[in-house]
Design a protein around this ligand. Structure first.
Ligand code: SF4
Length: 488
């Protein structure tokens, strides 16, 4: 089957501006149209005359002018708009139409470049707007395709229904990051350290988490703990006795009786054992993730997962046997050298297992990943992240009686698509919705984690812990102080 080629950055698009206020938005939109090119937005005065200019954007008090090859090709009237958000919306609408004309292409998500597109229909639903009107607005204002507008509205409605059952204002969620993995995957851009080299850091790390828990539980004692999510990395790189230690601390400092969802991302099959799963079950973990990413053996090797397809199947069967009734699986579309036939095969194998939820990711190539280096060595990335692959994966999810319940986008996603979580009835990941819709405070513990406090007026304040494990351990007092400050 035919696949789409994504060449590595060989060309660049230079955009000249007279005001740098909207550089980020211009960059994101141009990049969405030209994902395989380097995009530079430069101020006129800093421009190197030898560089060829793709587009010039001039901001004036009442209008924005667009030039190509010294010819004015479009203008946007700003009228009396002086709010930054309104100017930004007009700029993005005009720029999108212009790029569509130039490339003769439309993007599935129109001019939306942010990571949370479902926030838009959610806002309209909260204003009691009718579905028809919401869909119209999404298409007219943001140029979103019919299919994506309908998908995001369906998800927003699902999320809203679920969020109504939770007292988001008086509750909070807890994230605990375990930043260790058996090996590093080719596409990884997360905080992850190879467990073998960090074995002697585990105990100090668990003690550091305990100290963070002490501070957080004191600061949040008036609030109700709604969900707990242990992610990574790969949390199941911890041994069973280390999980015991972690859970002892958790249950000492927090009232876990109010928790509606307790997730551990088991993640990689090569880290899962009966003893570990039994320990999770004993402590009340009710949602786990076993992530194959693909069911093609050769791809697993190529992306450095170092586990086999049969290990995934065995881990899944073991988890079911131990009694886990809510198991999520993650797959990635667009992995190197995969075709849409491979995606069909992966979906057939997953259907045989029958997970309770499935997250369909499309590969996002991050600068920090080894993937970038791989692409430099191989020149091109054959990717299956096409509309057809997405269609195959979502059809399979629907055939497993799943509905889409959360969605997010990332920068540099293959095929300009999205990541969508599907779940069978009653198995939507509540934490995933909370983090995407930014409706509830999430306090995050561990190296590289980011806490987010949501105020009643909708304001959001973030504080992160340093990424490096050694720095995190050495500067723990400073991290604790930051947390006290944030949560006071
Ligand atoms: S399992 Fe996840 S966190 Fe670990 S290396 Fe792979 S992508 Fe990164």
């Amino acid at each position: 089957m035919k696949t789409t080629d994504i060449p590595i950055y060989k060309q660049e698009k230079v955009i000249l501006v007279n005001d740098s206020s909207f550089d980020y938005d211009i960059h994101s939109l141009i990049k969405a149209f030209f994902p395989d090119e380097e995009v530079k937005v430069v101020l006129e005065e800093g421009h190197n005359q030898k560089e060829q200019v793709f587009l010039t954007i001039i901001f004036q008090t009442e209008q924005i002018l667009f030039y190509k090859d010294s010819n004015e090709i479009a203008q946007t009237n700003l009228g009396n708009e002086d709010l930054r958000a309104d100017i930004k919306n007009k700029l993005k609408a005009s720029l999108y139409q212009l790029l569509s004309e130039i490339t003769k292409r439309k993007l599935p998500w129109g001019n939306l470049t942010g990571i949370r597109p479902t926030k838009i229909p959610m806002q309209y639903l909260e204003q009691n707007m009718e579905d028809k009107k919401i869909l119209e607005l999404m298409k007219e204002q943001y140029f979103i395709s019919d299919e994506k507008a309908e998908l995001s509205l369906e998800i927003a409605k699902h999320e809203k229904k679920l969020l109504e059952k939770i007292d988001v204002k008086n509750g909070y969620s807890l994230y605990i990051g375990i930043p260790f993995c058996p090996t590093t995957c080719l596409y990884c851009s997360f905080t992850s350290y190879p467990i073998r080299a960090f074995k002697d850091k585990i105990n100090p790390y668990l003690l550091a988490l305990k100290r963070e828990m002490e501070v957080v539980s004191a600061a949040m004692k008036e609030k109700t703990l709604d969900t707990v999510y242990i992610g990574g990395g790969t949390p199941t790189t911890l041994e069973a006795d280390e999980f015991e230690q972690l859970f002892q601390s958790l249950f000492t400092y927090f009232d876990m009786t109010t928790v509606k969802e307790f997730t551990v991302e088991a993640g990689r099959a090569d880290s899962i054992t009966r003893e570990k799963l039994e320990t999770l079950k004993k402590w009340g973990v009710d949602r786990i993730s076993i992530n194959p990413q693909t069911m093609k053996e050769e791809t697993l090797k190529l992306i450095g997962r170092q586990h086999s397809v049969s290990q995934v199947k065995e881990a899944f069967a073991l988890a079911r046997q131990i009694g886990f009734a809510n198991i999520n699986m993650d797959i990635i579309l667009g992995l190197p050298e995969e075709t849409v036939d491979d995606v069909s095969y992966t979906m057939d194998e997953i259907k045989k297992l029958g997970p309770d939820s499935l997250t369909i990711h499309t590969l996002a190539i991050k600068r920090a990943s080894k993937m970038n280096q791989w692409m430099e060595e191989h020149g091109r990335l054959e990717t299956s992240a096409t509309d057809l692959a997405m269609e195959i994966a979502t059809k399979a999810a629907r055939e497993m009686n799943m509905e889409p319940y959360y969605l997010y986008r990332q920068k540099n996603m293959s095929g300009n698509l999205e990541n969508t979580g599907y779940a069978t009835k009653g198995n939507s990941g509540i934490y995933n919705i909370l983090i995407m819709e930014e409706k509830q405070t999430i306090v995050a513990l561990g190296a590289g984690s980011i806490s987010k406090v949501i105020y009643s007026d909708g304001r959001i304040e973030r504080k992160d812990n340093v990424k490096d494990v050694d720095l995190y351990l050495n500067r723990l007092d400073e991290m604790l102080e930051r947390k006290r400050e944030l949560l006071k």
